[in-house]
Unconditional design. Sequence first.
Length: 462
Amino acid sequence: MKNLLKFVVLLFSTALFAQAGHIMQGVGSVNMSMGGAATAQPLDISGALQWNPASISTFDSKIMNFDIGAFFSSPELSSTIPAGMMWPENAFGPGSPASPQVSGITKDDRGVSPMPALAMVWGNEDSKHTFGASAFGISGFGVTFPQETSLPMDVNNNPNPNWNPNDSNPINYPQNMNGFGHVESDYMLLQVGLAWAYEITDNFSIGIQPTINYSSLELAPNPLSSPSMTLGYPVSDKASAIGYGAQFGVFYNSPGGIKLGASYKTAQKFSEFEFSNTYLDGSAAPDVAFTMDYPAILSFGLGYSTDSFDFAIDYRQVDYENTEGFEAKGWTQTASVQGFGWKNINILSAGIQYKGIEKLPLRVGYTYSSNPIDKELAFFSLPATAVIKNAFQFGFGYHFNDQITLNGVYHHGASDGKTEGQMLNPMMASQTNPYGAVPGTKVGYEMTTDMIMLGVSYTFSK
C-alpha cells in the first residue's frame, strides 16, 4: 500500500494542466470532451465526482475509471524596454544611435506533461447510498523560459556588436542585467476525495465529499523571497504542502430528461510551503514560507437527455479574491512579492453527446473562462501564464461490451490574445505608483494548449 501511494504521488506530481486560472477545466476523457460540464449531467463517474458528488447516485454498479493524457503547451513570454534604460546613445561606437526600444519573445521548452485521473464508484440499485473515491490532478501550472542568449554586453562587459535589439527579450536577461534570467515554475495539486450520495427520493439526491490535498511548488527565481542587493533573487527547492476541504452537492433527475445540479467546493486550506533557497552562485539564501490555498468554486448545471442526445451546460464562479496566496498583491517592504492579486473568474462549460451510432457515442465540448489577471498586475504572474480563454474538445467512446468502454478526447485551447502590462520594480513603488510600474515597458504572455487523452471504464459484474 505504501509503494502504491508513492507511485500515485509520483504519477500525479508530473501533471501540469491549467485552463481557467490555475484550475483544470475537466477530469478524464468523457468530462473533458464535454467541456467539463457535469454538475447536472453525470455521463461518467470522474466528471460526477469532480463537479457534483450528489450525482453519483445515478450509478448503480461498481465502476472504475482510469485516464491518462499527453498535454502540450506553448507559452510565449515577451517584453519591451526603452533602450536608454540600459545604455546611452553611442554605446556601440562613435555616432551609433541607441535603439528606440529592445524587444523579444522567449518560447517555453518544457515539453510534454502527463495528465492522469483515477476514480471508482460503488452503487446498488436497491440502496439509497452510493459511495465514490477519486484521485485527480485538479490544478497545475508550469513554465520553462530559458535565459536570453542575445545580450547587449559580452562576457567582458563590452558592447556586443552582434546583438540585435529587435530580437532580444530583456525580461530573460541575467539578473545582473536587471532581468530574471532563466524563469521556471512547477506547481501541481493532487486531490483525493471520498464521496457519499444519498437518494432522498427517486429523483433527488444530496452528496458530500471530504477532500485531502497534496501540492508542490518550485520557483526559479523565487519572487516570494527577498532579493539580495548583490546576488539577486534566489532559486527555491521543491516545497510541498497538505490541504483539506470538502464539496457539497444536490442533484435532481426528472422523469422527462431534464436534470438540475448545484455544488459548492469549499476553499482547500493548505499548510505553508517552506522553501529552502539558494542564490545563483550556490550560496545559501534565507528560507521563506508561503501559503497558497485552492479557491472555493460554486457550480450550477443544467442537463437534458433523450434517446439520441445528452446535453450539458455548467456555470462556475471561482473565488480567487478571498483565497490566501491570490488575494494579496504588490511588494513587501523587502521587495518580495506578496501574492498573485487575481480576480474572481467565471467559467462556462458546455457539451453534447450524440448516441445515434451503436456502441460509438460522439462528444463535442466548449469551455470559456474569464481572465483572473489585471493588466497592472500581469508582471506578478510570469510563473503562472497558463490562462486559456477558449477551449474546444472532440471526444468519442467505444463500448466493447457491458463491462469495458474505451474513451478518448482531443483538446485545443488558446488564450485569445496576450495578457500584458508594464514591468514592475519595487524600488519605484510609491503612493502614486503603488506597484512600481516602469514607464515605457511592457511584459506579456500568451499560449495555446493541445492534449490527447485515452481512458478505460470498467464495470464490475454484479
